[in-house]
Structure formats: C-alpha cells, structure tokens
Write a protein that binds this ligand. Structure first.
Ligand SMILES: Cc1cc2nc3c(=O)[nH]c(=O)nc-3n(C[C@H](O)[C@H](O)[C@H](O)COP(=O)(O)OP(=O)(O)OC[C@H]3O[C@@H](n4cnc5c(N)ncnc54)[C@H](O)[C@@H]3O)c2cc1C
Ligand code: FES
Ligand code: FES
Length: 1323
C-alpha cells in the first residue's frame, strides 16, 4: 500500500484527522481527494503532503514535504501526515496560505493547487518568515501547466520579507504609470491585482501540534520488529540495528527501502518486484552525523535535505580550504530534484542506487569518500570508487551488509574541488552530463600532484577518468595540460555513437567543456593563492573576457509588474465587469475541495478499465489472446472491437484497432477489472501477435519522400512572386524545424460512465473541452440516440486543446465496457499512457525563400510548411488551414505565397493545441525575418518594423483590418522594455564576455481569434431565477481553468444588476445546454458571454414592468412579484455567432471575427560552454481591449507565454527508432518549472481605445500569449549569433526549436566542438 495509493488515480492519503486516532494507519485510510495524482513518479508535486516526525538525534519535530505517490504507507509508522484537508477548509477556516494563493490568482485549473499549498505550508511550518530564495526552493518540485507560476510566487511572497529589489521595481513601475497617466488623463492604470492588506496574517501559534500520542511513542520507541503483510509484499520494519542486520542476512535479496525515490519508480514502471522490503526508518544509528578533525561522517539514512543542512553548517564553521568537496556537493544538492524528493531520498539510497546520472557520486568519488559498511559479522570500510559504482562484486557490499554511514574527508590547502552539471533546465531535471573534479598541487607550485575526474551521464555508471588523470600527474597547470587533458579525456570517456540517451556529440563536448571550466576555475584559485603567498608559482593570466563563465547562473526569484486599465470611476461598485475578480473556484482549488472527474466517489458496482495499446508502429494484428489476463484475480472482461454495438469510430480512425495498427500507442482492446491495479496488471498479460508491415514512416522528411499525406495542400497567394524575385537585391533560402509538444495538462484524461437501469440512459462524467462531441461519439458507438446520453463537466484540470477530440475516444470505449458488463466504468489514464496515446502539437518543417532589398524591405516571400499529422486525420486539416491563414503574422508582403500540408506518419495522431498551428508556423516567418536582417546588417526589429502592416489593409486572404493596435502594442513594448538602450547594453556585454553572450529580441503578433465557420461561433445559455432570488447560470462553455465561469457570472451580474453572490454555476451539461461547440479557439468566453447576456436581457425585459412599478423594491421583491404574476423566470439565451467563412478555392474569406495584437521583448544570457541559458527579462504588451477580468486575462497571457517558452526551449519529444515515445513523464519531458520564469516578467494590457464587436469589448486571450514565448527563442538565437560572429562562423545556421542546451552548445562551435568532431573523424 502506498500513501499515495494509485487506486483509480486518486490519492488516498492519511488524513490529518487520523493524527489523533492513529491506532492503525493502514486500516483507517480516509477517502480524501484534495491530494492529486498527476504523474506517480515524484516528478510533479501534485500529491505533496507534509510529514512530521520527531528526529531522534535533535529530539525536535521535523516537518517536511513529500510526494505522496512515492511514500509507502508502512513507512509512516509513528509519523503525522497532514494533507491539504488538514490545513484548512472553506467549510471551517481557511489557512492564510490557501486564502492567499486563491486571492492572488495563483490557481487556474486548480489541479496543482493543493500541492502548491502543501509545499508552501511545509515551508512556513519551518520558517514562518522565509526568504524569497527559500520560497523558490520549496516550490521547485511543483509543476503548474496553467499559471506561468508568477501569481503563485506572488502569493508566497506575501509571507516573505519584501526584498529591496521588488520595492525598487514597484516604484519604477508606478513612476512610469504616473507618466502614462499624464499622457492619457482619462485612463487609470493599476498595478495591483489583489489587496494584500485583506489577507489574514499567518499566526504560527494556530497550527496543529504534533500529536501527543506520537510524541510519547517517539520518546519511548518501540523496539519490536513490525511486520505488515500485503497481498503480494511483506514490509518488515525492525526496531534495532541488530535486528535489521539479522533480517538483512536472512533476506539478502530484500532491498532496504529508505526514501523509495529510486525503488518506487523502478517498481512502478520498470516492473521490478520485491516480495520483502526491509525498512531502516526506525534505526536511529543510520541518522548519526559526526564531525571530526579530518572530515564528516554522515549517516546513510540522512535525507538529502539533511545532508544539505549539515554541509552548509560545516561550510560556515570551517576554513574555505577544508570545505572544497562540501561546497561542490552543496552546489549540486541545490538543484538535485525538487524539495520533496530531497526530503525523502537518503544519502545511502542515493549512493547505493548508483544511477548513471547521480549528481553526488562523481563528487563523492573524487573527494575520496569512504563507505562504512556494517553486517552481522562486523564493520568494514570500502572506498566509494569507480569499481564500486560499476557494481563490481569485489568492490561492492557483501550479502547481509548495509551502508551505515559515509565519511567525506576535508579538502586540503592546495586542493581544489568543483562540480558541474548540465540538464535540460536549471532545476528539477536530471543532468545530461555531470562531473566532479579534484586537483591537488605540490605545495607552493602549480604542479599537479593528484588529479581525479569523474563523470555522470556518459555511461551505464559514474565513470572515473583514471588513466587520463594518471598521465597528467607532475604536469604544470597550463594550456599544454589543458590540450592534453581534453585529448585524453575524449579518448578515455568514449561514448559510442549509439550510447543510450543519444546526443552523443553534445555529451562529448560537455566532457571537455567542463574540464575547461575546471581549468579556468583552478587557474583563478591559483592566482588567489599567489596573491596570498607571494613567491609561489606563477600561473598563466586569464583574460577578463573569460572570467564571467565561471559564475553559475543564479537561481533568481522572479519579479515583475502587471499593468491594466482600471474600470471607469463611474462604474457602480457592484458591477464586477473589468475588475480582477478571483476565480470562482479559487478557494476550493486551494483547499482541495474542488471536485474533479476522478474525485467523484466510487459508485455502486463500479469497475475500472485499463487500455491495451499497440507496441508496433505499423503491423497486421494476427491474434489477440486474452486468456491469461482473464485468469487474474478481479478481472471481469476484455473489451474488443467486436463488442461495439454501433460504429467503431470512422473507417480511417477506429476506436479499437481491428486488423491493422498504425502507430505505437494505438488502442487495441481494454481490460475491465474490480480495481485499477488489477486492470492494469491484466492489460500487461494480453498477448497480441503482429505481422509487421511496410512502410513505417515517422518523420516529415520520410513522409515527403513517400508522398504520404493526410489531405491536399492548402495554399494562399498574392502578387506575382516569380516576377518579384527577379527584382530584389538579395534572396535567401532557409529551413526551420519546430518540434512537437505534449499538452501535459496536470489532470490526465479520465471518464466515468454510469449506465442507468432505464431506457438505455447513460450518465457520463468526463474531463473534456467538448462534451457534445463525447455525447455524439458515444451515441454512434452504442447505436443509441443522443437524447439518452448526458455528459457532465464540472471542471477540467487543464486542456490546452488536448481535451477537444480525444475524450470522445475514451468515453466511447468506457461506454462499450459499461454496456457490455452492465457496470459503471471508470477509466483514468496514467501519465505514461496519456502521453503515449493522445498525441500533441504537430511538429513542423518549414522552408522559405525570401527576396528583399538591402534596406530590409521584403519584396517576395515563399513559405512551404509540412506538419506531422500522425496516423489519422483528426484536426490536421484544420491545423494546416489555420497555419497557412496565420503565417503572414504582422507583415504586409505584396508578393507572398504560403503553403501547408499535413503528413501521414506512423505516430499517434497529433491534434489541437493552444494556438492551433500558429506558434509553429509563425516561427518560420520570424526566422525568415531574422535571416533577412542578418544579410542586410540590420537589427531584426528594424526589418520587422519595416515590413509590418501600417495602415488599414487587407490580409493575404482579403480580410480587411486596421493595424493601429498592432503598432501601438509594438511601440509600447519598445518603450516599456527600453529596447534601444538595452540592445546597446547587450552589445557592450557581448564585447566584454567571450564565453557568455546575451541576446535580446522583440516579436510582434497579430493573432486571429475564433473558428473559420459561423456555425462554430454559436452558443447558448440557460438562466434560471429561483424564488429566493438566487440565480443558476448554465452555458455551453467548459471550465478548463481559464476562468470562463467567473467571467460568465460577471456578465450575468452586470446584466441582472445583482451581486455575483446571487449567482451560481453548477456544471456544463449536455442536458441543459445542447449541441455545444468545443471550448477552444480563444472564443469561449466571448460567444458564451453573448448567450448569457442574451438570456439575462430576456429575463430583465420580463421583469421590467415589475421593477418600474416598484423601483425602490429589492431583487427578492421583484422575483416574488414575478412569480405571483406567472412570469417565467427561466430563459434560454442564444448567440448566432460571428460571421466567418473561408473559400479555399478562391483563397479569400472573412475567416476570423477579430484579431488580438501583442508584442513581447525578451532578453537572455547563454553559457556558450554548456548551452545553458537564463532569462533575464520579458516585457509583454497585449491588447485585451476592455478586459472582462484583468486578473484572469493576465493569467492567461502569462500561462500561455510560459507554455510557449517551454515549446521553444525545453520541451522535447524523444522517440526510439521503432517509434516508441520515450519521453513519457515529467522526468524525461521538461515543462517549465518555477525557476524558468524570467527574472523580471512584466505584462501590460494595452490601454483600450477601440470597441470591437466582442462582449463588452473584451478580447479572447486564451491562446495568443503562446507565440510570444518565441521572443525567448529569438533572444537565444540572437545570443548564439553573437557568439558565432565573434568566432567568424556563418550566422545563417539552421533554426531548430526547441533551442535546447544541446542545440545552443553545438551552435556555439569552438575549439572544443572541433576537438569532438576531429575525435569522431579519426577515432
Ligand atoms: C523526481 C525525481 C527527481 C530526481 N532528480 C535527481 C537529480 O536531479 N539528480 C540525482 O542525482 N538524482 C535524482 N533523483 C534520484 C534520487 O537522488 C535517488 O532516487 C535517491 O537519492 C535514492 O534514495 P532513496 O533513499 O530514495 O533510495 P531508495 O529508493 O529507498 O533505495 C534505493 C536503493 O538503495 C538501497 N539502500 C538504501 N539505503 C541503503 C543502506 N543504508 N544500505 C544499503 N542499501 C541501501 C536500497 O536497497 C535500494 O536498492 C531523482 C529522483 C526522483 C524520484
Ligand atoms: S503525482 Fe506524485 S509527484 Fe506527481
Ligand atoms: S492551475 Fe496549476 S496546473 Fe492548472
């Protein structure tokens, strides 16, 4: 049993309430749903809870956050567990952390919120007034896919002491706003989205105390061995070291389960199974820390967080020269995993796991660490050597032995130790390569007496470069040594071309780049020694331009200002439109009381479903044999295509594969069992035999070669492109590659289908953006009329387009199971299956040919794009259309040809994703502009300005529009970001720094909102007024976290002229509002708002005579009178939709109701030696016109921007050569974390001046911010271009997104990349 048991994807954590009645923790599990389950591998923090234990050494109570999904319940004996329910509740009392998170707008979909609350809560239990750095560290292990983290940090900062920098910024911002005020006297700009003064203060004395019974237990610890017997596993927890050693001798194969952060994931997803687990949790000897004159001995049971504290203490107590190894370890401990994992993982577990990516083992190895082992037989010491790390029997623990403690010696006077690591992002990401390096010099000289270097990430285990080090002994620390060392290291640390994890050249380059950094660092230190001890050695001088590379990028706490236009001073106070109203469910998100699909309690006779998917990319199904699966306990049935009563999807897009599979991950059948675990286990036992088929196509390039396309080409053209190319100064051609993107909504796909007893009725609770589509698909699958099926959507834990089409597939398969078995069926995808099956954003390959004048004016542009659609059509045709329609972005180019085509490949079908083709396609356009600028010797921003729409004009598809707001956004962004002066500063910086470069880029945006069809803009609402005056609003939009329900009640409140407290929205249901359109394309709030407005206006019209008759009456009086007079208090509102059409034959149309304009400027700094980057600053100006709710709209912009930044910088999908997606969890697929937010992040809503067609003139902002994330990408490429210029390399390098550290490092070619190339050529 696990603290975060996976039962149906829901956490059954130990209740805070249990803290006082913990007679048997295991048997008193209370069904609490606040703690969420989103990855099951400790990588997302959604399941964070707080554990409190009495520390046997310090005798103090330790409170620490953990990820419940990795905490075995038996390990909690004697511990108090506080879940989000124990922190506060809307029913009783909110905790300040919960209140603040919600009121600071730190929740959108709310799925990550309980985890965020618990991480902050645990921090505050230890540090009631934390520093901002502590706050950042505490939240580093919590992922949020919606908010962009800024408001979450803002809420946490209210508990910190205000930093001076923040005040400086605020003052600066307010001054600018005062200036603004002078310019636009009628417009008041606000910079506060919440009133901090309203929040209740934190009172640490009010917190729950550690339960006295547990305290008594801890003071008189039980010495007996405790044994817990599970279905398949026995957990043995001895009370003494002697008993532990006896048990270890008896069960030598049984692992010691310490933090379970290594064993847990291996047991969950790598099929490891251990029938006996030995827990050392109660053995205090394993937590002893002792300090001697020559070093530190740390108990193997100490958590990495404790080790971090011990090291920090020693560093503060000892002279610097003695703490070199400790400093190196501390540096890596700060970025190793998130806080929760550091709290759980033990030093012993870390060392014994011997992961090849271990951040600590390379340093411990070079630091001459000794492992103190103990067994029944006695104690012995072994070195933590390469042989030990390679698992050689002669250097390893013997059967029956355990690791008791670790001795880490002090460093010496002429000894230097350093640590290096490079990962996809700075925090909470496994290193691609890491290293520990130590050199010891003959006293007073620069002659190497001892040298050790160890690398992680370059082989199956940590590797020591012993041979190289041996050969360098006795050498002087100079350039000759550097060259020789690089050559030797490349020879010794030889990654074969096929090395697991790929990126071989990058990793080889890091091997030598790290050594170069070490070389410089040591030179620098030697220089200091010379200054301290004159007369000692003379080292080569280091150029000042090289020195900055020695400073690691700081993990800085982001700051920023959000500006928006305040409502007119005459607007009545009760009218909420235009005000930053908190998300309606904000408080419930923060307390965990918001109910998501899988939080619905188990219904009578409910069964669980698990899916069986194809393991082949293209094959004929020869047979499906479920016999073994059906024999397993709890298994009820296997659902196959022949069980479908109606249609099995479409001919070319089947729900369940019949004869042929087209990709790995295609669903073939499903197992129904009593529990989710049983269903999953059985699904692994279904035997499918295949006959592989040809061709197998994965890439766009292969698809083009095979002429494999999903639909005809889409094309738009204007002017005479061929002629224009004849009359230009220059022509450039280029290629752009944009990788795909996983939605990574925190709540995976899930559905609960409940068959009713009468008339074939079905109730379906589903996490979807389009319940009507689910309803329709289930109807055709089951062959029953639509009117028997009701789909309910309370809220969705993030969608981003991924829950538009796919949920219908899962709903229909679950419904077949429900009809066949007669039981309710719950289907909850785990993260791995979700990522494997559902597809995501289309990868794109674009080619451009651009003709331009030397002044940067583009005369002719030809862009051709191909997207990877995957194995079925899905939304790929529409994505291609939108891509082509949006490719021109903000530019007027008279001779323009835009083409797009979707490729058919053997990958899971790609689908809708925020921006719908725009973020990929427009990267091609902007890359082309950058290339033009490089050829003309101009700034890209100048070329952008030169080619931007300037006056009222028509797009390539002949839709008229005015670019006035676009230009205002651009100018405002130039101004707000101080672009011209910062551009100069960047250039100055680049002149002074060789290995670090800065880049800055500003991007304009014209984003079209809505669908290109009128029928897709229709919306309906149903508003009931009840006799007590309360109002129930229902509409066709779904709450995905974007705050649509909040906005709808703001609309209803204005129209009905009553406070929002009178209004309520329960859910979206196909029974109340039928035939709805997907909540997508940024238009949901707009069209549904119109429908709600219409319904309210109808009601007000009916109430008008009553109000006229009794103008002084109250709302309740009027409703009572209306009821008496038999006036209907229920109305349907309807919006017929914006006119929109597109004629592809003619290449003309009016496809979009309106445009959103914006601009973003980002500045970054790159480390040319490692490829890492830091985001220095981003300024966004967005045109929301008259925002309905500035807090929600700014939240959408920030969230989309950060998601876009992820697309363009870190999110990389990796497939095996057989087409199997490898990156199937937060460990392998890196979405931005809190430390990826730009250090300064400012968002301004453009003060409005125009009144477009939309509801109250507010524009839909759901998607547009995504593309602005590309400003970070272009800032990175700007920095890379600066490095390449300096190295006399061509500037027109291939543009590839994401700009990962690998891409940046290899693009900044230098002597080290050359060494690697030469090595490859000649080895
Ligand atoms: C989300 C996540 C992120 C991570 N990020 C990083 C990272 O960035 N860098 C990094 O280096 N690592 C990272 N890790 C790995 C992490 O450091 C290890 O999983 C952890 O240190 C293992 O410690 P544990 O106590 O949890 O070991 P357990 O899982 O409890 O045990 C692991 C092994 O150690 C053995 N063992 C434990 N204690 C003893 C003992 N005293 N004597 C003998 N054998 C023992 C067990 O038998 C078992 O075989 C990450 C892990 C997770 C889950
Ligand atoms: S669900 Fe536990 S960390 Fe993700
Ligand atoms: S609000 Fe954080 S994941 Fe949705």
């Amino acid at each position: 049993a696990y603290g975060g048991s996976q039962a149906r994807g829901r956490i059954r954590a130990v209740a805070a309430g249990l803290r006082h009645s913990h007679s048997n923790v295991g048997s008193e599990l209370i069904r609490l749903t606040g703690t969420k389950y989103a990855c099951g591998r400790g990588g997302c923090g959604a399941c964070t809870v707080m554990v409190s234990k009495r520390d046997p050494m310090s005798q103090k109570i330790r409170h620490f956050s953990v990820t419940a999904c990795l905490v075995p319940i038996c390990s909690l004996y004697g511990a108090a567990v506080t879940t989000v329910e124990g922190v506060g509740s809307i029913k009783t009392r909110l905790h300040p952390v919960q209140e603040t998170l919600a009121k600071s707008h730190g929740t959108q979909c709310g799925f990550c919120s309980p985890g965020m609350v618990m991480s902050m809560y645990a921090l505050l239990r230890n540090h009631p007034r934390p520093s901002e750095e502590q706050l950042l560290a505490a939240l580093g292990g919590n992922l949020c896919r919606c908010t962009g983290y800024r408001p979450i940090l803002a809420s946490g900062k209210t508990f910190c002491s205000v930093s001076r920098r923040l005040w400086g910024l605020l003052c600066k911002a307010r001054m600018t706003d005062r200036q603004n005020h002078l310019l636009l006297p009628f417009i008041k700009i606000c910079t506060e989205l919440f009133e901090k003064e309203e929040f209740q203060p934190l009172d640490p004395t009010q917190e729950l105390i550690f339960p006295p019974e547990l305290l008594r237990m801890a003071e008189n610890p039980e010495k007996r061995t405790l044994t817990f017997h599970g279905e398949r596993v026995t957990w043995i927890s001895p009370g003494t070291l002697k008993d532990l050693l006896e048990l270890k001798m008896k069960y030598p194969e049984a692992p010691l389960i310490a933090g379970n952060t290594s064993l847990g994931p291996a047991m969950k997803s790598q099929g490891q199974f251990h029938p006996i687990l030995l827990s050392p949790a109660r053995i205090s000897e394993l937590s002893v820390v002792s300090k001697t004159s020559d070093g530190l001995t740390v108990g193997a049971g100490c958590s990495l967080a404790q080790v971090k504290d011990v090291l920090a203490e020693s560093i503060s107590e000892l002279p610097e020269e003695k703490t070199q190894t400790y400093r190196a370890l501390l540096k890596h401990l700060k970025s190793l995993a998130g806080q929760q994992i550091r709290n759980m993982a033990s030093l012993g577990g870390h060392i014994i796991s011997r992961h090849c990516y271990s951040d600590l083992n390379p340093i411990l190895t070079v630091g001459n660490t000794t492992l103190n082992l103990i067994s029944k037989e006695g104690t012995r010491q072994i070195p933590l050597s390469e042989r030990f790390l390679a698992g050689l029997a002669s250097a390893d623990l013997k059967p029956g032995e355990i690791l008791e403690s670790v001795f880490i010696p002090h460093s010496g006077k002429w000894e230097f130790v350093s640590a290096f690591r490079q990962a996809q992002c700075q925090q909470n990401a496994l290193a691609d390569v890491n290293a520990g390096m130590r050199v010891c010099f003959r006293e007073g000289t620069d002659t190497v007496e001892d040298l050790s270097i160890a690398y992680g990430g370059v082989g199956a285990a940590t590797i020591s470069a012993q041979k190289s080090c041996q050969q360098l002994l006795g050498r002087r620390w100079d350039e000759l040594l550097l060259d020789e060392a690089c050559r030797l290291l490349l020879d010794e640390v030889s990654l074969p071309g096929w090395a697991p994890g790929g990126r071989v050249e990058f990793r080889r380059t890091l091997v030598v780049s790290f050594f170069f950094k070490f070389y410089l660092e040591v030179l620098q230190e030697l220089k200091k020694q010379v200054e301290r001890f004159p007369g000692t050695c003379r080292s080569p001088e280091i150029s000042d331009r090289f020195l900055s590379v020695l400073e690691d990028f700081p993990v800085a706490v982001p700051q920023g200002v959000q500006r928006y236009q305040s409502v007119d001073s005459h607007q009545p106070l009760r009218d909420p439109v235009g005000r930053p109203i908190m998300h309606l469910s904000g408080l419930k998100h923060a307390t965990g009381e918001a109910i998501f699909c899988d939080d619905i309690p188990m219904v009578d006779k409910e069964l669980c479903m698990a899916l069986v998917t194809s393991t082949k990319a293209h094959a004929k199904i020869i047979s499906i044999d479920p016999s073994e699966a059906l024999k397993l306990p709890g298994v009820v049935d296997v659902i196959r295509a022949e069980d479908i009563p109606g249609t099995n999807g479409a001919e070319d897009d089947q729900l369940l594969a019949v004869d042929e599979v087209l990709c790995v991950g295609q669903i073939i059948c499903a197992v129904v069992a009593e529990t989710a675990v049983q269903a999953r286990r059985a699904s692994e036992k279904i035997k499918i035999t295949y006959e592989e088929l040809e061709p197998v196509i994965f890439t766009i390039e292969d698809a083009i070669k095979h002429n494999s396309f999903l639909c005809p080409e889409k094309k738009l053209e204007q002017g005479n492109i061929e002629e224009a190319f004849e009359n230009v100064d220059q022509i450039v051609e280029g290629e752009v590659h944009v990788g795909g993107q996983e939605h990574f909504y925190m709540e995976t796909q899930r559905v609960l289908v409940i068959p009713k007893t009468e008339d074939k009725e079905l109730d379906i609770y589903v996490s979807t953006q389009d319940p009507a589509h689910v309803q329709k698909t289930v109807s055709s699958t089951l062959n029953i009329p639509i009117n028997r099926i009701t789909c309910h959507v309370k809220r969705v834990g993030g969608g981003f387009g991924g829950k538009v089409g796919r949920p219908a597939l899962f709903g229909a398969i679950a419904a077949v199971g429900a009809i066949k078995t007669g039981h309710p069926i719950r289907l909850v995808l785990d993260r791995e299956d979700d990522m494997l099956i559902t597809g995501g954003r289309h990868p794109l390959f674009g080619k451009y040919k651009v003709g331009f004048m030397n002044n940067g004016r583009i005369k002719a542009l030809d862009i051709e794009c191909f997207i990877n659609g995957g194995c079925v059509l899905d939304d790929s045709e529409q994505v291609t259309e939108f891509l082509v329609l949006k490719l021109e972005n903000a530019y007027k180019i008279h001779n323009l040809r835009l083409r797009g085509r979707a490729c058919l490949t053997n990958l899971p079908s790609n689908t809708a994703f925020r921006g719908f083709g725009f973020p990929q396609g427009t990267l091609v356009t902007e890359s082309c502009i950058t290339a033009v600028a490089a050829k003309c010797g101009l700034l890209p921003e100048k070329v952008r300005e030169k080619n931007m729409y300037r006056t009222v004009d028509k797009t390539i598809y002949k839709q008229a529009f005015s670019p006035e707001t676009l230009i205002r956004c651009w100018n405002e962004c130039l101004d707000k970001s101080s672009f011209p002066s910062r551009r100069m500063q960047v250039e100055e910086f680049n002149k002074k720094n060789y290995w670090k470069k800065r880049g800055i880029a500003m991007i304009p945006m014209k984003f079209s909102v809505g669908f290109a069809a009128t029928s897709y803009h229709q919306a309906a609402a149903l508003v009931h007024i009840y006799t007590d005056g309360s109002v129930l609003v229902t509409h066709g939009g779904n709450e995905l976290g974007q705050g649509i329900h909040t906005k709808m009640l703001q609309v209803a409140s204005r129209e009905l002229r009553i406070p929002m407290s009178y209004l309520h929205i329960c859910e979206t249901s196909t029974a109340t509002v039928p035939n709805t359109i997907a909540t997508a394309a940024s238009i949901g709030s707009d069209v549904n708002g119109r429908a709600v407005q219409n319904a309210c206006q109808i009601l007000m019209k009916r109430l008008e005579p009553i109000i006229k008759k009794n103008p002084e009456g109250t709302w309740e009086d009027w409703i009572e009178a209306a009821f008496e007079q038999r006036i209907s208090l229920s109305a349907t509102g309807y919006f017929r939709g914006y006119k929109a059409f597109m004629d592809w034959e003619k290449g003309e149309g009016d496809p979009f109701p309106y445009y959103v304009y914006g601009a973003a400027c980002s500045e970054v700094e790159i480390d040319c030696l490692t490829g890492a980057h830091r985001k220095i600053r981003t300024d966004i100006v967005m045109d929301a016109c008259c925002s309905l709710n500035p807090a929600i709209d700014i939240g959408q912009i920030e969230g989309a921007f950060i998601q876009g930044m992820g697309l363009y910088t870190t999110e990389e999908l990796k497939y095996s050569p057989e087409g199997v997606l490898h990156s199937r969890g937060p460990d392998a697929y890196k979405i931005p974390t809190i430390t990826d937010v730009p250090q300064e992040f400012n968002v301004s809503l453009l003060p409005s001046s125009q009144t477009p067609v939309t509801i109250y003139s507010s524009k839909g902002l759901g998607e547009s911010g995504m593309f602005l994330g590309s400003s970070v990408f272009f800032a990175i490429t700007d920095a890379v271009a600066a490095a390449r210029r300096e190295r006399d390399l061509a500037e027109d390098f291939t543009v590839k997104s994401p700009a990962t550290p690998e891409w940046v490092r290899m693009a900044c070619a230098d002597r080290f990349t050359e060494m690697v190339w030469n090595y490859c050529l000649f080895s």
